[in-house]
Write a protein that binds this ligand. Structure first.
Ligand SMILES: [Fe+2]
Length: 299
């Protein structure tokens, strides 16, 4: 049975990426994805918004491609100083940072495992630059898949400290967990590497997949896998690489998780009922049994 206490965070807010070519990366997120730059940081970082919050993607110039940090929004009214004490009791060093980035006055930075840095905050500015009419123009940032050699420890932090619910695993390698009603907000991928596996944006509707694929193809960006319906989460997902070979997922139709019942809301396309957390095989990635040459498991 799942634990009953509510998660401390309720959504993924932003993903920060380090890139050797910030202009090229900014062009991808601003023009191809259709985000709006809301600020440029002191060190030239680019803050990009999907349409409402101050930022959902942050790009920073660096020597090589790397994962920066992941931002999660804490429940309103969370006492940051008390949470730092709780983190220390949990065995992690953490601190409250003030004015570390535009749009967020105070946040907690913590590194639950080496190489994965999380930022936790209650408030982020909402300049609402609006949703672009060009580019993929997604609705929101939905989830992030993170590769870590310390996958079990990272998953334990999300579940035991932040209160995430476990919803599925693929062969024990991909571990799906959530802090809201979507099937997964984080996918902890246990592999000997430290990087983002993919970043997922939710599209407006299923018809948006065709428009997004056409647009990406026009820009010379191949769609590597899908769109097809997954098994874990049952989202219809299509994947392409950003210019730094960071995998980007565009999805719709994600399963809705009901923690009170430890199952997902029943859907006509579910292969069995109830759709409760389970282990899927590596050969069970696509509900339509779609096969593509691209190996998503090794991406
Ligand atoms: Fe995903």
């Amino acid at each position: 049975m799942q634990k009953q206490f509510a998660p401390k965070v309720f959504q993924l807010g932003y993903v920060a990426l380090e890139t050797p070519d910030i202009e090229r990366a900014r062009d991808h997120y601003a023009e191809a994805i259709g985000m709006t730059e809301t600020a440029i940081g002191h060190e030239g970082e680019s803050y990009l918004s999907i349409g409402y919050e101050h930022h959902n993607i942050v790009l920073r110039q660096a020597n090589r491609v790397a994962m920066g940090h992941l931002g999660f929004q804490l429940n309103p009214g969370t006492d940051l100083k008390a949470l730092v004490r709780e983190l220390r009791t949990f065995g992690l060093s953490a601190q409250v940072k003030s004015d570390s980035q535009p749009g967020i006055r105070e946040l907690i930075e913590v590194e639950p495992v080496s190489g994965t840095t999380l930022q936790l905050y209650t408030d982020i500015d909402a300049p609402a630059p609006g949703f672009k009419r060009t580019g993929v123009s997604p609705l929101r940032l939905g989830h992030v898949a993170v590769i870590s050699p310390e996958g079990p420890k990272l998953k334990a932090f999300f579940m035991d400290f932040l209160g995430f619910w476990f919803t599925d695993t693929i062969a024990g390698i991909s571990n799906f967990i959530t802090c809201n009603r979507e099937h997964h907000v984080v996918n902890v991928v246990s592999m000997p590497d430290n990087r983002v596996h993919h970043i997922a944006f939710q599209l407006k509707g299923n018809a948006s997949h065709a428009m997004a694929c056409d647009l990406l193809a026009e820009r010379g960006l191949p769609v590597k896998w899908g769109p097809s319906r997954h098994t874990a989460g049952h989202n219809i997902a299509g994947y392409h690489y950003d210019p730094d070979q960071v995998l980007i997922e565009l999805y719709t139709d994600m399963d809705i998780f009901i923690p009170e019942l430890n199952m997902c809301e029943a859907r006509p396309w579910h292969g069995h009922y109830p759709m409760a957390p389970r282990e899927w095989k590596l050969t069970e990635l696509a509900a339509w049994e779609t096969e593509f040459a691209f190996n998503l498991a090794k991406a």
